[in-house]
Design a protein around this ligand. Sequence first.
Ligand code: ZN
Length: 322
Amino acid sequence: MFLRRQLALAGILLAVLVFANPLSAARAADKLNIVATVSMVGDALTAISGDRAKVTTLMGEGVDPHLYRQTQSDIAAMVQADAVFWNGLYLEAQLEEFLEKLAARKPVYAIGEAVPVDLRLSSEDYSDRYDPHVWMTPDLWRHAVEAARDALIELDPAGAEVYRQNAQSYLADMDMLAAFARESLASVPQEKRVLITAHDAFGYFGRSYEFEVVGIQGLSTESEAGLQRVDEIVNMIVDRDIDAIFVESSVSERNVRALIEGAAARGHKVAVGGELFSDAMGSSGTYTGTYIGMIDSNVTVITNALGGKAPAAGLNGKLVGS
Ligand code: ZN
């Protein structure tokens, strides 16, 4: 209740700040200065804002947002920014308190929360929360991209036309990606559609593309996987003759290795099907360091490791190796 009132108050303050922002007049010459928490959010903002904004992303390659705590320089960047964008839905769990306080002072947008409630999966870890991994399918993430576009227009109305055009082109790329994902993943044989990963980041992916999804750790990486959980999944791998399981770029491989060794002890060989990008994109400046590249890579790796057919270099011919 208190939180809700605080958020309502923050909303009013936000409206006042936007309306009466003394920087608005000066902005014609200046770029918007915005901060994004995770790279998926930063990628959308960079693409949509073009050269009208300077986007600083706090979490880079391989960083786990469930565990991430803001540094002194992050705090300085957020305090100086015109606006801060995050996924929300309790993804950036350790930053939530700070961002809620900051929302009383400047616009703070949780763009993952633009995904309508009826399309969200509930959280098994927290009864009053939702699965935060809404970027994992382009069909869902487009709600967040549209929210980012609308927020930029609100912050900088003079750039509205630029933001609309850039967003349209980004969304068109996402539509191509969505079609590629549907087609590729549909080629995986029914009985092979089991996706075993380090943590439960693929719930939305599984629902959209009809894969059974098993995470060794839960929706958050905050809790440790127990030995019993590892044993259960080893049994599943052996009983169902699963050939490949997956590591994630932002989560330790330790539990995945435990599964491989557990299965080997029972005479079953299971391989690492590849590395998936769950909660962080690849290196900045590379193809997988973009949202399109990240999801293209996931789709291509999963399809080919589980017996389906996708071009090895992915949707745009830009994936290298595997
Ligand atoms: Zn996660």
